[in-house]
Design a protein around this ligand. Sequence first.
Ligand code: SRM
Ligand code: SF4
Length: 564
Amino acid sequence: MADEKNVSKVELIKEASNHLRGTIAEALQDGTSHFSEENFQVLKFHGVYQQDNRDLRKALKKEGKERAYSMMIRARIPGGVLNAEQYLQFDRLADLYGSGSLRITTRQTFQLHGVLKHNLKETIRSINEVLITTLGGCGDQVRNTICCAAPHHGPFYDEVRADLLAVVDRLSAKTHAYHEIWLDGEKVTLDEDETEEPVYGRTYLPRKFKLAFAYEGDNCSDIYSNDIGIVAHRDGDAVAGYTLVVGGGMGRTASDKNTHPALAKPLAFVTRDQLVDVCTAIVKVQRDHGNRVDRKFARMKYLIEAKGLDWFKAQVEAVYGAKLLPPRNLVWHSSADHLGRHVDENGKGYLGLFIASGRIRDTDEVPLKTVLREIVQTYRPVIRLTTQQNLLLTELSVEALDEIEQKLRAAGIHLASEFPPTRLASMTCVALPTCGLAIAESERVFPAVIRQFESVLEELGLAEESISVRMTGCANGCARPYIAEIGFVGRALGKYDVFLGANAEGTRLNQLFKEMVPLDNLVDTVRPLLKAYAEERLPNERFGDFCHRVGLERLRELESISVG
Ligand code: SRM
Ligand code: SF4
């Protein structure tokens, strides 16, 4: 690696970081408000993003002052499962050191925003105190591994959970740097032939790497947008094995037509015994062959595209040491989140709450954060964060569910059944003011967009339809907008590209319909298409399928007639 030419700057920083130490420990003591570029890159591996308040940038610059720096901390919570103590710790830290809100992400974990550099160590230490790590929250390694959040019980689900944890364990970074820096762990001296990172080596992976588990039939975790999607098949009450799909990813760069989102493709069927080793082999193939020169093309999807799936499979088989079985056929019955009131296989109740944009905060109108804290303190539920930024309160008695529903209603917090179906299927990314890559608003403007959208649906007699609408503040695709029936993707401040025609199962990408649509015109742009959908749809046809069936040309015609 050291003598390879032209590797990207981040590769050099990783290599020089001594397994992610950099000079973070020293920088934590230097009294400044922010980290150097090198430490900024290394910190990501520890689950920390250095950000600044972009609302204040211009004014501060004018006054000759430095940016308002703070840190975003992203935890790693495999499958999104938290106990009450862990939830309450995040709730507390958000007020104590963060900006007062908790943010559920599209990969079912928590982010804390607004943590000042001098509080960073104490915040990370406190997260670890409740046995949650932030190592692997970000960076060029395996990120938080996601899974359907429904609280199922029984041997099949227990086996999937055990396999998920085994995969996470094998593919997590092993560096001692994390303990040394944040938990004042002893420095460990290794023998010469020992390595701190048996899977990753000195330079980790070429790029971020994402894994998702699903139970066959239920694609609520959007497996096709991951580097590896792992689908559990049933054999009676046990796991028969897993179909692996590989090479998914949403990211693109608006200015480079060669970049694009991709859906993962079926690779192989593996038994439970094979799963961890085959996943490790896939990661190693990407480690050794992925692009380390141009980060725009460093995700595994581009390696598979460049070399072909057959080549890729042969490499995986060579590293694993045996031929792999062909993948099984995958059929999806649902991809909706597990919202509303349910009783699980053990007779325990659970309540799936819709959390707009995953943001848990108190506002003047709704004390959401306070009420959730009180509920968690009183009923001690197991909390499950979903991959659609929502939250499930689980393992509750039916009486407790009644009481919780009453408390929520009394506080003005709507239950999932009280929202229009389209709202429940919506997502946004964070974007401004914290995201350094945002070029347009998302989370902050979406409430007005979705309300306007819902009134058009109502007017057209479509209020009961579920149409997935996802918005992002740039082309990176953090809310997976390219597998939404309607995707609004920020292209410039106040302007969005509109994508249409993905399906509800998450197995078809949408297509670019119109570029640079002003925020105020987004809903009017799709209104004529919704009208045509209301009038011309086939029985049970979803909006995404309608758009796909009639095609872009006709959709554009409909829109231009209405504008004209
Ligand atoms: Fe993301 C970068 C937020 C899920 C694709 N993402 C970022 C950063 C860290 C911006 C940065 O690099 O400076 C954003 C921080 C914003 C903030 O202020 O909090 C950010 N991404 C998010 C979250 C919080 C969005 C949300 O609203 O929930 C999600 C956190 C997930 C987690 O817990 O790990 C989040 N990001 C995703 C997803 C969806 C997913 O994984 O299912 C994607 C698309 C899938 C994929 O990876 O292809 C995604 N984020 C990106 C990309 C484009 C990657 C690429 O291959 O090109 C970037 C930019 C990059 O990596 O250079 C990015
Ligand atoms: Fe930031 Fe873009 Fe991701 Fe939104 S999609 S959080 S704007 S990187």
